[in-house]
Design a protein around this ligand. Structure first.
Ligand SMILES: [Zn+2]
Length: 582
């Protein structure tokens, strides 16, 4: 059966991301990116929301470009990446090695009168530096990144508060002039903090909130790059911080006794899933069964209660009580971090997560990124806009740009998306795209790309049946047109290829070159195992594709998705503005 959809190639998504990242930065205003694309106004426009653009988003564009370059195997966007790097280097100041807001921002953002930092933004800079350190072959560049990273790790140590096994951080957004008192006095001890966490999210622990940030939405994102830095640079301070922050994140959740759901407080799913990936990465070095089972329980909760079969996931764990009329929408960042956390769980031994991640990667993750100008054009969006969905937002002219937005928005990612549409008139941020998601998407692509083919002591593991060119092998995928994957070995030895969970095992056929061989499975019965392959061997595996339908209730609406293999080929009801599965 042939299908009109081509096999997914993450490199194409990455190249579209680079085009988008290049077209959505205001270079004249200290490289400040545009936080959102507003389609509820005519003509649509890029808008700054200064609170997010600076200091957080500038470093997201930075690691977004790095990740997109690593996946696409190009250096496109390098001029912009270096420009942003210089701008960030100018903002590193103060005693902690953190990145502060630019002076220019103060014109538009009252809280930036005196430059401040925000750990959620610093984690983006740290993520970029660690990735650059890992990929760079140039000793001078590595030295520069290592210096910035070490300064920030030292700063995090100085800035943190340790209570027992917990690493926590003082209240939000320190100013440039901020100096932590040498003897930090909190009204709680290690035991007290746990009981106070129980009411933290309900605003009852006011005395604590004045002193501390909530862990997962603010500094939990530090864990993952800290662990990567420990792995790349052997810095034990980084692992120590990662474990202490993990303790805070996990206990913050498990201590909360909020009755709404089994995992605790209502949080931003992006922040929590991002933290979860870090907790699992840290647990590889300092094993903690408790942390792994916490992550497993929470991931299952997200899959079944907040997510979908194809990667769409709610921005929060439930409808925001402050905004009861809004339809839950998907923050693209949550869909991206769902994939990242799922990969870490699969690596921790929960092999079914490879399937969940592959379905998400083939569908919402990559297809909520508009590919062509057509659906974004005025005809596609504005003609469908009803009076009720149209707005006349007032934004100072220096803070928006409405030139040629349809072309420039290609390659963004749904920021408040419906299951079937990049734009949702009844969702949060109605008819807008938040570009934290557009700039975070390449990170998700990179996480999937890096785990397509992984070398382990037992042999080469192909975990996703996705197109790939890498050091160990090339992979060519044929879904959804055919159930077939070709692998060309660039090394010798054993090869393990994970087959989708729905595959009829007795129908799988394996060829090496033109010769059919018996199909053997590894112990988990999830991977086809082929022994003693020589360098240059060509392996072809064929399998029958399943055709299936899934009906699910998402954000109050029943959606039916039509699948061939792991690809959604139709959704009912279909999208109206920028359809995801058009
Ligand atoms: Zn986002």
């Amino acid at each position: 059966m042939k299908n009109k959809l081509d096999a997914l190639d993450l490199r194409e998504n990455a190249l579209r991301s680079i085009c988008f990242l290049e077209s959505s930065v205001n270079v004249k205003m200290n490289y400040m990116p545009y936080f959102r694309i507003n389609f509820a106004v005519t003509p649509p426009r890029f808008e700054h929301v200064v609170h997010f653009d600076d200091p957080e988003n500038i470093a997201r564009w930075y690691y977004g470009l790095t990740c997109a370059q690593m996946v696409s195997g190009t250096r496109r966007g390098e001029r912009l990446r270096r420009g942003i790097e210089r701008e960030i280097a100018r903002r590193l100041a103060g005693p902690f090695g953190f990145m502060y807001t630019s002076k220019q921002t103060a014109r538009f953002c009252p809280e930036a009168k005196e430059p401040y930092t925000w750990l959620w933004g610093d984690r983006s800079a740290l993520q970029a530096w660690v990735l650059e350190y890992m990929r760079s072959a140039d000793a001078k560049a590595r030295g520069r990144y290592a210096k910035w990273i070490r300064n920030m790790v030292g700063g995090l140590q100085k800035f943190s508060i340790r209570i027992g096994k917990y690493v926590l951080f003082p209240a939000y957004k320190p100013r440039l002039s901020y100096k932590k008192p040498s003897h930090w006095k909190l009204p709680v001890d290690a035991e007290g903090i746990l009981s106070d966490m129980q009411s933290f999210d309900q605003g009852k622990a006011e005395h604590l909130q004045q002193h501390l940030m909530p862990p997962s939405d603010s500094f939990g994102g530090m864990i993952f790059p800290l662990v990567q830095w420990y792995e790349a640079g052997g810095d034990k301070r980084a692992l120590d911080l990662a474990v202490g922050i993990s303790n805070s994140v996990v206990d913050f959740y498990t201590a909360s006794d909020n009755k709404r759901n089994p995992v605790g407080c209502m949080s931003n799913n992006h922040g929590t899933l991002n933290s979860m990936a870090g907790v699992l990465a840290a647990a590889r070095h300092v094993p903690s069964r408790r942390h792994v089972s916490w992550a497993r329980m929470l991931f299952e909760f997200y899959s079944s209660r907040c997510g979908s079969s194809f990667g769409w996931i709610m921005e929060n764990e439930s409808v925001d009580p402050q905004r009861p009329l809004e339809r839950p929408s998907c923050e693209g960042c949550a869909a991206i971090d769902f994939v990242s956390a799922g990969i870490e769980l699969a690596k921790a031994g929960f092999l079914e997560c490879w399937d969940i991640v592959e379905r998400s990667a083939r569908n919402y993750l990559t297809r909520a990124q508009p590919k062509h100008i057509g659906p974004i054009s005025l005809e596609g969006v504005t003609l469908n806009l009803t009076e009720e969905n149209r707005r006349n937002d007032s934004v100072p002219p220096e803070l928006y740009d409405d030139r040629d937005i349809a072309r420039r928005a290609v390659g963004c990612m749904a920021g408040w998306g419906a299951p079937n549409d990049v734009l949702d008139p009844r969702g949060k941020g109605a008819m807008c795209v938040q570009n934290c998601c557009s700039s975070h998407l390449p990170f998700g692509l990179y996480r999937v790309w890096e785990h397509i083919a992984v070398m382990k002591p037992a042999g080469l593991y192909v975990n996703f049946l996705l197109n790939h060119t890498g050091r160990w092998c090339d992979v060519r995928d044929y879904q959804p047109g055919e159930g077939r994957v070709d692998i060309k070995m660039k090394t010798s030895g054993y090869l393990y290829v994970r087959m989708p969970e729905w595959v009829a095992k007795d129908k799988v056929r394996v060829k090496i070159g033109k010769a059919g061989v018996d199909c053997a499975w590894d112990e988990s019965k999830r991977y086809v195992a082929i022994k003693n392959l020589g360098r240059g061997a060509k392996v072809t595996i064929t399998y029958p594709l399943r055709r299936w339908k899934v009906k699910e209730l998402l954000g109050g609406t029943v959606y039916t998705t039509d699948w061939i293999g792991d690809t959604v080929v139709g959704i009912d009801p279909p999208g109206r503005f920028i359809p995801v599965f058009g």
